[in-house]
Design a protein around this ligand. Structure first.
Ligand code: MN
Length: 297
């Protein structure tokens, strides 16, 4: 791809393409991976439109994020992952894109799409030879069901698929889960850690301490419904009582101070016609997380 190319694919502008020249794949610290996958919607739809909306909104960002300029590290936007076909095929495609990022020496930054996408990213990290890592998840929902509506690749089961791989998990901001998920948490004591919204939000908790035995490398997944619907109403299954904007950034930063971030994603944004503010919020969230990574490397 030409280094001056501002389009990852027709209809898909590159991240921050208005401000920066896109970095070559092997010269970028971040590989933005658009994944317009929307299959197992349980309530409101639209998350398949999110990657394009976020990339478009990124053209309105400032390169200075208020503290540093993460764009200096190089950002490359891959073409969107092909999401037609059976679920396992899509997971394989996402894994291949993630592996390409890692093998280019970059950090994958996946833009969903539904939360199932995160399973593909985790499979890609494993395929690239990264085994000893944990996942920190911001979410309203535990996503720990064995299957949902008969589908083990549902967005409501994504964290169970990851736990099944033996990956340690730390959940933040959960406030909607079922009895089965509470049992799965109990069965995986020592592997699944959590601080739920009813602890973090009323307590205004802005930092957490990871357990000593939590892996040194961390992948961070943000389901935007983990934030309060006053910040992100643009999501399929909103739940009141979520994390604040600054609280989310602070929690991410507290993890980045303690561990090495090896990638992150932003999932489940669902653009709302006429409300471009939320597309911009999602783009800014992605860029702010890049900035935190930059300042804590
Ligand atoms: Mn989720």
């Amino acid at each position: 791809m030409d280094e001056f190319d501002q389009w990852a694919a027709p209809e898909y502008p590159v991240f921050l393409g208005s401000e920066i020249q896109q970095a070559a794949p092997n010269e970028a610290a971040f590989h933005v991976i658009p994944v317009p996958y929307e299959e197992s919607v349980s309530y409101g739809g639209g998350t398949g439109d999110a990657p394009r909306a976020i990339l478009k909104a990124s053209w309105q960002l400032e390169t200075w994020d208020g503290k540093s300029t993460p764009a200096e590290l190089g950002i490359h936007t891959q073409p969107p992952v092909v999401v037609d076909g059976p679920g396992q095929q899509v997971i394989d495609n996402i894994a291949a894109a993630t592996r390409r990022a890692v093998e280019a020496g970059a950090m994958p930054v996946a833009l969903g799409g539904e939360h199932t996408v995160t399973y593909g990213v985790i499979e890609g990290l494993r395929a690239a030879g990264i085994r000893d890592f944990g996942v920190v998840q911001i979410d309203a929902h535990a996503d720990l069901r064995e299957a949902y509506q008969g589908n083990p690749l549902s967005h409501a089961s994504v964290m169970k698929r990851i736990v099944d791989r033996g990956v340690p998990l730390y959940q933040l901001g959960i406030r909607a889960y079922c009895h089965e998920e509470a049992q799965i948490r109990a069965q995986h004591q020592g592997q699944i850690h959590y601080r739920d919204a009813d602890d973090l939000v009323p307590g205004n908790v802005n930092a957490l301490e990871l357990p000593d035995d939590f892996p040194e490398q961390v992948f961070f997944t943000v389901d935007v419904d983990g934030l309060d619907p006053s910040v992100f109403p643009s999501t399929g299954t909103p739940v009141p009582g979520g994390l604040g904007w600054y609280q989310t950034l602070s929690l991410f930063e507290s993890v980045a101070r303690q561990r090495k971030i090896i990638g992150f994603d932003v999932m489940e944004h669902a653009p709302m016609t006429g409300f471009h503010a939320y597309d911009f919020s999602a783009a800014l969230l992605v860029y702010k997380l890049m900035g935190i990574v930059q300042r804590n490397r």
